[in-house]
Design a protein around this ligand. Sequence first.
Ligand code: SAM
Ligand code: SF4
Ligand code: SF4
Length: 438
Amino acid sequence: MRILGAGSGVVELTGGTSGHRRWYRRGPVGVGAQRPVSAVTGLPGAGAPPAGTGPQASARGRVYDVPAMTDPRSTARPPAPAPASNVAPAPAPATPPAPGTSAPLPLDRLGRRMHDLRISVTDRCNFRCTYCMPAEVFGRDYAFLPRRQILTYEEVARLARLFVAVGVEKLRITGGEPTVRHDLPDLVRMVAAIDGVRDLTLTTNGSTLRRLAGPLADAGLRRITVSLDSLDDEVFRRMNGVDFPVDRVLDGIAAAVQAGLAPVKVNMVVRRGVNEDSILPVARWARDAGLILRFIEFMDVGHTNGWRMDEVVPQVEILARIDAAMPLEALPATYAGEVADRFRYRDGSGEVGVIASVTQPFCRACTRARLSAEGELYTCLFAAAGTDLKTPLRAGATDDELSERIRAVWTIRADRYSELRAAGTADRPRVEMFAIGG
Ligand code: SAM
Ligand code: SF4
Ligand code: SF4
């Protein structure tokens, strides 16, 4: 099994200076012209209905028209509701109390519980991926958060414990690039020790894993997800915006495997005209290496990545490209709220998934909360604002008071941005993804 190529390169750090943050930008969602979609295959091509083929209509129900594929999960995601407004129904009843507590777990206004917490430990990154932190916007003079505004590891661990007490079972450490923050294994050790954490993982660009995979595993990290957008060095260097060589990431992935951070997952964002030709090579490589690959549709997070709908390679097309060479069939979801649609290779050689939040919105099953590096709670990746937890925390609030604030925010949550985007009504300010964690 060969999953890496040796190589070396220089990481160019392009961090910013302290000062005011500029995450929130107003601007239109910028839905561009939708590529024609064949009514028969669901794939771009002739015979497509040119008008009214928005993202909502582009794939759901057609994705499984790819020849030889079946869909045992067809009822896994309820259909999107009428997109007229974001006014949610009355609060759903709470679930039974969490073990060891007397308070019932909070449900949001759409009846969703809080199951996952994504913790962003920094807004900084050593990459400038064109779809996330384009270098022309996030240059040397960009004002990232000053240190004092970022939660300490002790503060993060305390809040994580309170989130676990209100129902969270899965923690994901992310960023920005989490591994650029000093002594990250110390945080991992702290949150790994929290009673009730069933899953603890990290999302990283893989650039530092040769050095950090072992210490992270020793500290209690159980799994890892590494982003990798191409095996083609030229494409990879262009996409990461800092000319970082792909071999270094492949070596980092190998280090993660050696450290026992299994199963290693790989995320690949697909952007039309940029790396769609990498779909098949990466799929083949991940299958042969025994890695779990997730393609991600290019999303309109924030307002700086110049997102256009016609740059989204829809799930149906990603699958068709793979299916033509390595036949696939759909797998059932392993748990309620799983974000990736999963498929197995018919020859039994592995699986692949697609996170299709643009063409197959999954808001109705979304159980994720996000804690930003500066201690704000976000209830949606596309939220315009968060709820400040750091100020009360630093002002001496008790655990009960902080828990109550978390519960209150979750109870009034009605977010379903991706469903609204599909209806073309999602034109509003949004936080940048690196600020609150992908
Ligand atoms: N720096 C780490 C990394 O890149 O893995 C963690 C943070 S990053 C924001 C988390 C994930 O979000 C990555 O897998 C990245 O590829 C993905 N991502 C960032 N911007 C995206 C976009 N516009 N559309 C889809 N996925 C995106
Ligand atoms: Fe950095 Fe991750 Fe965003 Fe790329 S996707 S710029 S590695 S935070
Ligand atoms: Fe969850 Fe918001 Fe994404 Fe919908 S758009 S799946 S509510 S994070």
